[in-house]
Ligand binder design. Structure first.
Ligand code: SF4
Length: 503
């Protein structure tokens, strides 16, 4: 009986490197790795050794015969990947092709330990730290402006995804590594300057993510009751900068603009039975509000059709198996149903096969009968305005013959994150990133970026592993080449500086 990779796959490919028969694909060397939603195990070749399950940081790998409920679909999804791509079955020893030997990341033996500051303790910063702490003698200074470490793993992952949150435990052990020192609640730019941080380290890596949300640019966007999905996510994760009363769930319908995985996360949280959320890491104030919630329907507004939706299929599969929740596709445009009907097995639209379709009459009260709740996918539709007076009452949208108004008391915009300019660093306003070359910040020797502030807000947790490897590779190459500016002070001086600033 083979193993299968399931919904929580983080794509960091740790499993690939431990599989003795090379049957997990796509590998980081294969072109499909950059766009795959999850990795797959070839059931024809798996020898059932369990090495991948032991190595997986998010418990995504399970024996096929132990899959339950909605997980069972992943046996078929794993096998179908190999049928559709024609990836041949592997057996025997792991035959990864080795490239020519490369020594550019090896520091000479007489090289003293590098002192590297990492700003941000989310996945990107922690993958960089792991690389430095496990593969070099570097000393790492972690700096995070928040009082709790973890970045998006702590404050961005939904509490009903405990397996994904578990990767945080893997990262957290590096915070207490003997060669690491951690400063929480220290804001670079406010408490210490970027120049001061640089002056006490050989190099600084910024892993600050994309700290704000993209705006809709429509009238009424800032009306009370129209908030970024990032605020909602931070609210239920007890982010210290979001007030406990930041979200009011006294309305019956919520419109979520966007249909990426964040949009699906917030929709799922809004309709999940609060009983199943108790005991997760959800904030107490959020659980109390969800228990009082009057929300019966969540509308997911997507600009494109189901064939090009931004979500990944595992997140929709999770919605399909949510107890007490109906899914509906608003059939306001004939191209939507046609795309679902014409979809092949591996196509994105195919995940919506079997979901009910009807042209929703928005003048009627929110749907779904009795105690059931409903999620409505409205594709090929964009917001034109958030309407209301002192509070949000509706969203006017495109699509269909007119511009209908969808009554809603809460609008969450989930159309993506955006990087924020960092004091002392260059910034590209168009992309919301710091200009760099393989992680090196342009015009700032000894300064590097990793994660979303480097490549823009795309890719999940695992995508940061390769991103961090590239940045750390650049840093080490610069160290060997003597291109890092000499620091004026050491760790003790930095400690004293921080103590002074915190008085
Ligand atoms: Fe490879 Fe063993 Fe995992 Fe099968 S169980 S995919 S053989 S590591």
């Amino acid at each position: 009986m083979a193993f299968a990779i399931t919904q929580t796959c983080c794509n960091d490919a740790t499993c690939v490197s431990v599989c003795p028969v090379n049957c997990i694909h796509p590998t980081p060397e294969e072109r499909a790795f950059g766009s795959t939603e999850l990795l797959h195990i070839d059931p024809r070749a798996c020898i059932d050794c369990g090495a991948c399950a032991d190595a997986c940081p998010v418990d995504a790998v399970l024996p096929v015969d132990r899959l339950t409920g909605g997980q069972r679909e992943y046996a078929r999804i794993n096998a179908a990947y190999f049928e559709q791509t024609g990836t041949p079955a592997r057996s025997g020893p792991n035959l990864h092709a080795w490239g020519a030997p490369s020594f550019d990341r090896v520091l000479p033996p007489d090289f003293g330990p590098l002192r590297v500051a990492i700003v941000g303790t989310g996945p990107a910063g922690m993958y960089a730290a792991r690389d430095l702490l496990l593969h070099t003698r570097a000393e790492v200074t972690f700096v995070d402006r928040l009082p709790v470490a973890g970045g998006l793993v702590r404050y961005g992952v939904a509490p009903d995804h405990p397996a994904t949150k578990k990767v945080g435990e893997t990262f957290a052990r590096f915070l207490t590594h003997p060669r690491a020192r951690t400063y929480l609640g220290l804001d670079v730019g406010a408490d210490v300057t970027a120049a001061e941080l640089a002056a006490h380290h050989d190099a600084v890596i910024y892993a600050v993510g994309a700290g704000t949300d993209r705006r809709l640019g429509v009238p009424g966007e800032d009306r009370p009751g129209s908030v970024p999905a990032t605020t909602f996510v931070a609210w239920y994760n007890a982010h210290p900068e979001v007030a406990p009363d930041a979200v009011d769930l006294s309305c019956e319908r919520v419109v979520v603009v966007g249909n990426g995985n964040v949009a699906l996360d917030v929709a799922r949280m809004l309709v999940t039975d609060p009983k199943t959320l108790a005991g997760t890491g959800i904030a107490g104030h959020a659980l109390a509000e969800l228990r009082r919630s009057k929300v019966r329907e969540v509308v997911l507004l997507g600009r494109r059709g189901p064939e090009d939706a931004a979500y990944t299929r595992p997140e929709v599969l999770a919605l399909k198996h949510l107890p007490g929740v109906d899914l509906l596709i608003d059939d306001h445009d004939p191209r939507i149903g046609a795309a679902v009907d014409a979809s092949g097995a591996g196509d994105k639209a195919a995940v919506l096969r079997g979901v009910a379709r009807e042209a929703v009459d928005w003048s009627l009260p929110p749907g779904a009968a009795g105690r059931r709740r409903r999620i409505v996918f409205r594709f090929r539709s964009s917001p034109v305005a958030v309407c209301g007076g002192e509070e949000t009452r509706a969203v006017r949208v495109t699509g269909g013959t007119a511009e209908p108004e969808i009554p809603a008391g809460l609008v969450l915009r989930a159309i993506g994150h955006r990087g924020v300019a960092q004091a002392g660093l260059p910034f590209d306003e168009t992309t919301g990133t710091v200009p760099h070359e393989r992680g090196r910040v342009a015009g700032r020797p000894g300064t590097y970026v990793v994660g979303w502030i480097k490549r823009g807000p795309s890719g999940g947790i695992g995508a940061n592993r390769a991103c961090a490897a590239e940045t750390v590779g650049s840093l080490l190459a610069d160290a060997v080449a003597g291109a890092l500016p000499a620091p004026a002070g050491g760790p003790r001086a930095f400690r004293r500086l921080v103590r002074r600033r915190r008085r």
